[in-house]
Design a protein around this ligand. Structure first.
Ligand code: PMP
Length: 441
């Protein structure tokens, strides 16, 4: 393999630009694009485009291709299933893969209690179904969510998502009975106590019998890779217990090894009554899961859950290969080394450039926030310029955050250390040159 990044044209190259023009004529313009480059094939942690350029992948298709976008075990399992059948619909006739995926999740999702799992296709569908199940179990309507949360683009999950633009603008009205409580974001001086007592107040204000579910990301993804102040998650657990609310932990972005533990909630020693997975679960094929306490999961009446493609056989075959990779004893220590490497490259920049407010995250879910050093006013312009410089140099990075001022790093968990180092050197160089320009301005 050529060393990445390997650029033989500018980014995007001529063939990508040609295809992008065709896309513009054919595809609804509501889809945004981070980098208008068309991919021809992938390596473990690299993406080769249609112009023959090789990019370093620090995005994993937004935390999906954790085991790589061309993992041989995933390919083998999916190819074997493809030879047998592609679909039956699990509500019509059954197949074993669905059961094996459910068993693995029941065994590995946090919580020392009997569990059941329901499989779906997308993350938003998992969130919606968790709400359906929590309502069936409690007989209550309300859904409590957290500031800066992201839970999806369907109508209910848009209502649960905090950020207005681009997710919700012009798409309302939204389902009601969704209420938002405060976050505990350490950078903004938000400790857990004030947030938790406000959430407790919201619960009481709506009536102890109002909320079916409290839904929280253990580390917020789209909202800015915010690791909540210590004690926030366990405080939410206490509030949920005190009021009979189902605690739903949305591990769709943070789960399945991403943070150096199988689940991010393990860092806080908290188990949800229901835990949601998607993204990395299907190794690139669409698969999501709702896993929770047996008595809660079984509250939904027979026939009440499902979906034509829910737990598709090819996606289940892929998930079983993902589980094998996750069970490799070398994998999670490797994720911790990814965090060490990212910190070693980026933390020295904090002292050099006060406009970098924070380097944060866990494992291979790390971010860098740009903000005015005096006021903490977000500096999305810098995040955008650094991202553009990385893209031009052949390193695929993403931004996130309510204000778009956060660069997030989501490398495949199996990224080769040398490729990661090169990617981080290019990122550091881009930050240095843009932050230095900024300091001189
Ligand atoms: N929850 C979280 C925490 C997510 O990060 C996402 C996707 N970014 C979703 C839900 C929605 O998943 P999907 O896009 O598969 O519907």
């Amino acid at each position: 393999m050529t060393t990445a990044p390997h650029l033989i044209t500018e980014i995007p190259g001529p063939r990508s630009r040609e295809l992008h023009a065709q896309r513009t004529a054919a595809v609804a313009s509501g889809f945004g694009i981070t980098l208008p480059v068309f991919i021809a094939r992938a390596g473990t942690s690299t993406l080769e485009d249609v112009d023959g350029n090789t990019l370093i992948d620090l995005a994993s298709g937004i935390a999906v291709t954790s085991v790589g976008a061309a993992n041989p075990r995933v390919r083998e399992n999916v190819a074997a299933q493809l030879d047998l059948f592609t679909h039956t619909c699990f509500m019509v006739t059954e197949y074993e893969g669905f059961v094996r995926v459910a068993e693995w999740l029941n065994a590995h999702v946090p919580g020392d209690f009997e569990k059941r799992t329901a499989l779906f296709s997308t993350g938003a569908e998992a969130v919606e179904n968790a709400v359906k199940i929590a309502r069936a179990h409690t007989g209550r309507p309300g859904v409590l969510v957290i500031d800066e949360a992201y839970h999806g683009r369907s109508l209910l999950t848009m209502a649960m998502t905090a950020k207005e633009h681009p997710y919700k603008t012009t798409f309302g009205p939204f389902p009601n009975d969704v209420v938002r409580g405060p976050n505990a974001n350490p950078l903004r001086g938000e400790g857990p106590d004030a947030a938790l007592s406000e959430i407790e107040r919201i619960v009481i204000e709506h009536g102890a019998d109002h909320f079916a579910a409290l839904v929280v990301e253990p580390i917020q993804g789209e909202g800015g890779f915010i690791v909540p102040a210590e004690g926030f998650l366990s405080g939410l657990r206490r509030i949920a217990d005190a009021h009979g609310i189902v605690l739903v932990i949305d591990e769709i972005q943070s789960g399945l090894g991403r943070t150096g533990r199988l689940f991010a909630s393990e860092h806080e020693g908290v188990a949800g009554d229901i835990t949601l997975t998607a993204k990395a679960l299907g190794g690139g094929l669409p698969l999501s899961a709702v896993t929770g306490r047996a008595e809660i999961m079984d509250a939904a009446h027979t026939g009440g859950l499902g979906g034509t493609y829910a737990g598709n056989p090819l996606a289940c075959a892929a998930a079983l290969a993902v589980f094998e990779v996750l069970e490799d004893p070398e994998l999670l220590p490797g994720v911790t080394r990814i965090e060490q490497s990212i910190r070693a490259h980026l933390e020295p920049l904090l002292a050099e450039f006060p406009v970098i407010a924070e380097v944060r995250g866990r494992g291979a879910m790390m971010a860098l926030e740009f903000a005015d050093p005096d006021t903490l006013a977000p500096r999305a312009d810098l995040a955008q310029r650094v991202t553009a410089a990385c893209h031009t140099a052949g390193v695929l990075t993403l931004t996130c955050g309510t204000h778009g001022n956060v660069i997030r790093l989501l490398p495949p968990l199996v990224i080769e250390p040398a490729v990661l180092d090169t990617g981080l050197e290019i990122l550091s160089r881009s930050i240095r040159s843009i932050a230095a320009e900024e300091a001189a301005a």
